[in-house]
Design a protein around this ligand. Sequence first.
Ligand SMILES: Cc1ncc(COP(=O)(O)O)c(C=O)c1O
Length: 350
Amino acid sequence: MTHPPIHGGNLTWAAAFAGCQPEEILDFSANINPLGPPQSAIEAIQGRLRELRNYPDPKYGPLRDAIAKSHNIDPAWVLPGNGAAELLTWAGLELSQCDRVLLPLPAFGDYGRALQTFGATIRPVSAWNQRLWQVSSREGLLVNNPHNPTGQLWPRWRLRAMLETAQLVVADEAFMDFLEPDSQESLIDWVVDFPNLVVLRSLTKFYSLPGLRLGYAISHPDRLRRWQSWRDSWPVNVLAAAAGVAVLADQGFQQRTYQWLEPTKRKLWKAINAIPGLSADWGAANFLLVRTGMPGDQLQRLLLREQRIFVRDCLSFQELGDRFIRIAVKRPQENRRLVSALEVIFNSNP
Ligand SMILES: Cc1ncc(COP(=O)(O)O)c(C=O)c1O
């Protein structure tokens, strides 16, 4: 058996552990919208298969236009990437030029990868205590809003003071699109005023396309030109670029997702909190962090072995320790399967 995964969604590991095929696993470990991928993405991909014989347009004109339109900004301020993860690499390179980088912990594991690759000096701070996030003019900040794994959403005014001081602020908003536009706390419309701001977005979670890989950065065009000069010319393939244009115009899918998420999350949250031995804080995104009386990895393995249900243990988030799991919100009937399985486990192991 290979090492346990450090990211959610490793179905190869889960299936090997459970002794079944990856398709047989009910996956709550990756925070992916269960309603997707949208039909609009599938059709765009199928319609562009002929283009596999061409290199992508290195400027990604239609995709940049579609992203810019969705945020009401100029396309020169947009850089598409091979998932937010690719753009994190370039953010890591720029952050490594700051004396130190404030990193609220726990945090998405890839931040460590991106920062350490370029020898950044990390200054860990508690994600729960924002008063500790005092940043100097020689320091950078890498913040995730809403925050994975806690689900915390910081009002943007609380990040403003840091933007006014820091050398560079990178705001990873990979889960922001799960909030309805009126409730979002995005920093995107501040990029014009703050040349020291980078916002990263993902299209893989909301549109359920993690296997396709697609994300983007929004920042000053000078910075984005620099990033473009560091990387290869075609990080986004033609199918991903076409799917991106299609999904950003798919208001039907966006509305269905908003209508599904809020009531379904509330029901799951209540059901989890009704199980003795489990408690979940409310989360702004499409997942819940659950405190468990049983070690999280033990619970994960029990669920996998007995039910082929895969939840995220939180051992790789060192600040959380072993008493947490993270679960994605899925369709009502899938959530009920998880809740029933947890009820059985906690009723027999109170
Ligand atoms: C907070 C956060 N940022 C970025 C990513 C990477 O997203 P993408 O699939 O667009 O590379 C993830 C994936 O889990 C994430 O949790």
